[in-house]
Design a protein around this ligand. Sequence first.
Ligand SMILES: C[S@@+](CC[C@H](N)C(=O)[O-])C[C@H]1O[C@@H](n2cnc3c(N)ncnc32)[C@H](O)[C@@H]1O
Length: 193
Amino acid sequence: MRRFLVVGHRAATTPSFPLDDLAGAAGRMDILLASANAALLLAHDIRRDAEAALLLLGPPDPPRLVRIQGHRVRSYQPDLRSNAALVRKALDHGSRVEREASPGILASKASFEEALDRLGPTFVYLKQGGKDIRQEAIPADATFVLSDNQELTPDEERALLARDALVLGLGPYAIHTDHAIALVQNELDRRGV
Ligand SMILES: C[S@@+](CC[C@H](N)C(=O)[O-])C[C@H]1O[C@@H](n2cnc3c(N)ncnc32)[C@H](O)[C@@H]1O
């Protein structure tokens, strides 16, 4: 299983977020949805061995975790607006207990640490300046952790490193989150993982 956890530091947690302003009023939900596409989509198929885990930190509290699973999700298209509607539906579910809000889409309330508890135990933290991914072995069944257009906070980074996350870099430039996921997918594809 290839799993990508993307942290949306300002991503809206209410099901009423506007579909027409994903980059603005929805708190850069566009980044999370583009990342989910990079995690899940091939040109003419879906990656059934992949999962996109989107952590929406709000406001308002509490944060929400929405997991989109390639082997279960139905009618998943590249269109960000349609996928935002799937996320909105998932946000109707407001319990700490994870529930399948629609086929292949799991929703729950979860903080950053609770999300790590659910998605662990093995993590790769993608960070500019980390060890070059081309030179490193990538642990099997790792969850790759990325941030949106902000860095992980020091507390988030500490929580991740306390779980022995391997810190990997993808080259000399800060790139967009979805591009980082595409590079990791390519690396894993080439290695036949
Ligand atoms: C747009 S970057 C984060 C903000 C960035 N520091 C900036 O200057 O805009 C989004 C995410 O993609 C990943 N990323 C971007 N460039 C990377 C690189 N060169 N190596 C590894 N991960 C990278 C990281 O997870 C990062 O949090």
